[in-house]
Design a protein. Sequence first.
Lengths: 289, 100
Amino acid sequence: MTGRWLAALIRAYPPGWRRRFGRELETLVEDLAGDGRPPLSVALNILRGAAAAWLTDRRTALPDRTTALLAVLWSWVCFAATAAWFGKNAGEYPSAALAQSVGNTHPGLAITTDLLLVAGIIGIVITLVAAVPFAVASVRRAVAERSRATLALIATPPTTVIVWLAGLKLANTAAAGSTTRFVAVSVWLLAGVLGIAASTLAVGKVVARGGYPDWTWRVGLAAAAAVTVVMAAGAGATFAWGLAARPVRPGPDGGAIGWIIVVASMMLTTLRAVWALASLRGRRRATAA
Amino acid sequence: MEFTEPVVLVLSSLAGGPKHGYALARDIESFAGVTLGPGTLYGAISRLEKHGWIEALPTDDRRQPYRITAPGAAALAERLTAMQKVASAGLSRLALRPAR
């Protein structure tokens, strides 16, 4: 038990370092815990080692392409979820009819929401296109290795989409405006968020196994860079929307708090993606040096 | 590469044959009386592997064994010889020091 919580501290190490030595260090920590070493002293030593790894080993501290790619993927998923929620609200803001009339009066609002929608569509298309070579290579490998677990992970995202869309259709069959429908749709939306998270985790697990040809990584990283640009454009459009919508916002705060939260979330996820790609570039330079 | 104490201890232990992390920790404790924490031990192992002074051996076990490489053995021999000179000089000077 002690060994287990001590081993959890290994997560403090840089991802690249953990990938190479994490399992070995975990085994050692469990062995030493069995020897009766003072847990606090072992814990402090692990944390000191993690700090040293971050500070001294630039190459392993910086993310490799798997880590960078998955960081961009997670950032994009979080961004897209926020953008979808915001885009839906903005499109009906404060009602669909008023949104249209406000859009006519303030063309900037319509342009920014359209830009966000276009950015979202482009981002999704790029993601799907880049996913194809990874999916094909992963399926081939899983079939060759007869790995049912990998095949199940690969099947998770499409299965989730099919099940979720079918469930949504079912939830919408309840009488319009009824409590049953409201509850069913709300629960199903929450299930959708969990499904997105599960699918992203599954993709991450498959991709982390590596073994893809170089050109596949190049496609993946080019797509990651393109998606990051799309995120930056979407965040910019949402920011501009908030500024343009100021004069026509109803309510005491003009709905500014929600907008600020959305923009902050979009900017944070975009910066996370930029940071991942910039760190990968830094790692390549350090490796070349 | 900086010859820190853990680096010398790990190389000295591996000079006696391949070992995994836990065996290294126990061996170092027995011949040097030094208790290396897991973070310190793996800090040394990662640096040594990066410099090519030790290498991982293929294994199916969860415990990864390492062995010293030829450059690692040469570097250790050089370092221990230098340390021996310092130790001899220091000990002989201590012996010559007039008693107070």
